[in-house]
Structures are given as structure tokens and as C-alpha cells.
Design a binder for this molecule. Structure first.
Ligand SMILES: C[S@@+](CC[C@H](N)C(=O)[O-])C[C@H]1O[C@@H](n2cnc3c(N)ncnc32)[C@H](O)[C@@H]1O
Length: 276
């Protein structure tokens, strides 16, 4: 009892098939990702407190690190097969191959050549990112993306892989999850449309947080109208496939609740504010 090594938020990639000794550059890659996340959290706090001195100091640190570009470069390295691979491979294992082609929105897209892009199961794939790395990726903040005017502009599936943990505050994470429902088509069993959300998080977000676990996530998702179809956890990542079935419950919020507390835990949290 209690002998298991605690997971930290540093863990962020699925294990490779063959265990390899981490080399210096994979450590450096992970350090960039962790530093970026820590700076983002500190910046959100300083901004909330309107602490200009701290904001300037953090911005200097971001610049020294190389900003979002350096973070994305580190994340792309993490997607390479030698570093743990492409999370969209898991989605392909869960999607039936005989469905009509699905309209996909990939939020936080780093490449146009991941497994989903090559599968032929999705058409079109609209890829967006805060900082586009390729012509096939639209530079756009999902939180600012114009809302669809017609059902035809909505999607059958949204991919949110390692994006929610990138969002600096708990309420913004809740807002992001709620926003996914505004972009999904209503499920039409006869027309074959499935409104799906593929969500990937670093495992410690649910497995080792004082304020978040699978139960809290399920409550939030249920309040938004989602049911869990699939879940898989590795030592580093947790993957989910959710079906959006019902309209979100109006006026319902889910705040910050301590679900457990042990030394070495993190404070990752998602808060769902009541929709106004
Ligand atoms: C760790 S990378 C994950 C990339 C890839 N989806 C994966 O699974 O490896 C997170 C990406 O999410 C993007 N991102 C974060 N918030 C976003 C937002 N609000 N809108 C669009 N992209 C966002 C970041 O710019 C970053 O490139």
C-alpha cells in the first residue's frame, strides 16, 4: 500500500511498444512542455490579479523558452513513434469502419498527416490551432471560432487531444467542453450521424489530482449531454470517446470540489459554470 510511484502532470505521452531509456533530448522536450504549462498557469493567475510586474516577468520567461512555437515543436516530437506516438491511432481503433464519412473538427492540430488524416474515414477534416504549423491547419482559437449557422456547418466528431490540459484555468476548461456541444450535429440514428468527442488528457489529470477524477469528469460531461462510449488509460494518457446525446442542462454548474488529498498530487481541475 502506498508504494506506487505518484504520477505527476509531467507525464504526457503513451508508452512506446519497446521501453527505451529516455535520452537527453526527450527530457529536454518534456521540460519545455512542463515549463510552458507552468508559465501558462502562472500567467492566468497574474492576469486575474492584474499583477503587471508578474505578467511582464512571465512574458520574459515565455520568450526565453521560445513561446508557443517551442512548445509545439516539443509536442510534435512527442507525437513521433519513437516518443510514444500519435494519439489519433486510439480513435481509429474505436471508430466503426463502415460509417459514412464523418465531418471532423480537430482542435489543437499539429500535423495534417496523423493517423486520422490518413484513414479516409473523415471528410472533411477541419484542423485548427492557436499557432498553425502547416497550410492545412487554420490558425484559430476554438474559443473564438464563429458558431455554425446551419447544421451542415457542424461536425460529427471533434478531436480534443491534449488540448484541455493546455487551457490555463479550470473555468476556461469547462467553457471549452461546453463549446464543443455547439459545434456538434444532432445525433440522427437514421441518417447515421454520430456526434462524438474524442478527448485525451495526461493520465495524472484524472488519476492524481486533488480536484478531479473520472467521476467529476463524468458528471460534467453528463451535464453537457455526453455519455462515455470508450475509455482507455495508459501509464501516461487517458483517452475517451463520448457521444453527445442530449442538450446541456441549463443553469447547472459543477464547481471545484476536493475529491482526495495525498502528498504529490496535482491541482488539475475543470469547473463548469452555469450557462447564462
Ligand atoms: C500538446 S498540443 C497537442 C497536439 C495534438 N492534438 C496531440 O494530441 O498531440 C496542444 C495544442 O493545442 C493548441 N490549442 C490550445 N488551446 C487551443 C484553442 N483554444 N484553440 C485552438 N488550439 C488550441 C495549442 O496551440 C497546441 O498546439
Amino acid at each position: 500500500m502506498g508504494t506506487q510511484k505518484k504520477q505527476s502532470l509531467k507525464a504526457g505521452r503513451p508508452p512506446t511498444a519497446k521501453k527505451t531509456t529516455p535520452n537527453l533530448s526527450s527530457k529536454a522536450t518534456q521540460k519545455t512542455i512542463v515549463t510552458f504549462h507552468n508559465l501558462s498557469k502562472a500567467l492566468a493567475k497574474a492576469q486575474a490579479e492584474n499583477d503587471q510586474t508578474t505578467i511582464s516577468a512571465i512574458e520574459t520567461e515565455f520568450a526565453k523558452l521560445g513561446g508557443l512555437k517551442a512548445y509545439q515543436a516539443a509536442s510534435i516530437l512527442g507525437q513521433s513513434s519513437t516518443r510514444g506516438g500519435d494519439s489519433s491511432l486510439q480513435l481509429l481503433q474505436w471508430i466503426p469502419k463502415d460509417l459514412p464519412k464523418m465531418r471532423m473538427l480537430e482542435v489543437g492540430a499539429l500535423s495534417t498527416a496523423n493517423a486520422c488524416s490518413k484513414s479516409g474515414l473523415f471528410d472533411p477534416i477541419v484542423r485548427i490551432d492557436l499557432h498553425s504549423q502547416e497550410p492545412g491547419i487554420l490558425q484559430q482559437d476554438f474559443m473564438e471560432r464563429p458558431l455554425p449557422r446551419h447544421e451542415d456547418e457542424k461536425f460529427d466528431i471533434i478531436s480534443l487531444s491534449l488540448v484541455l490540459n493546455f487551457v490555463p484555468s479550470a473555468t476556461q476548461r469547462g467553457d471549452m467542453l461546453r463549446r464543443t456541444t455547439w459545434f456538434l450535429r444532432h445525433h440522427d440514428p437514421l441518417g447515421g450521424h454520430s456526434a462524438l468527442l474524442f478527448l485525451v488528457l495526461p493520465a495524472p489529470c484524472v488519476a492524481n489530482s486533488r480536484y478531479f477524477n473520472d467521476e467529476r469528469l463524468t458528471l460534467i460531461m453528463a451535464s453537457l449531454g455526453y455519455v462515455c462510449l470508450q475509455r482507455k488509460q495508459t501509464s501516461k494518457l487517458v483517452y475517451y470517446l463520448w457521444r453527445w446525446r442530449d442538450e446541456p442542462v441549463k443553469g447547472e454548474g459543477l464547481g471545484k470540489v476536493k475529491v482526495r488529498d495525498r502528498g504529490g498530487m496535482n491541482n488539475f481541475c475543470v469547473v463548469l459554470e452555469p450557462e447564462t
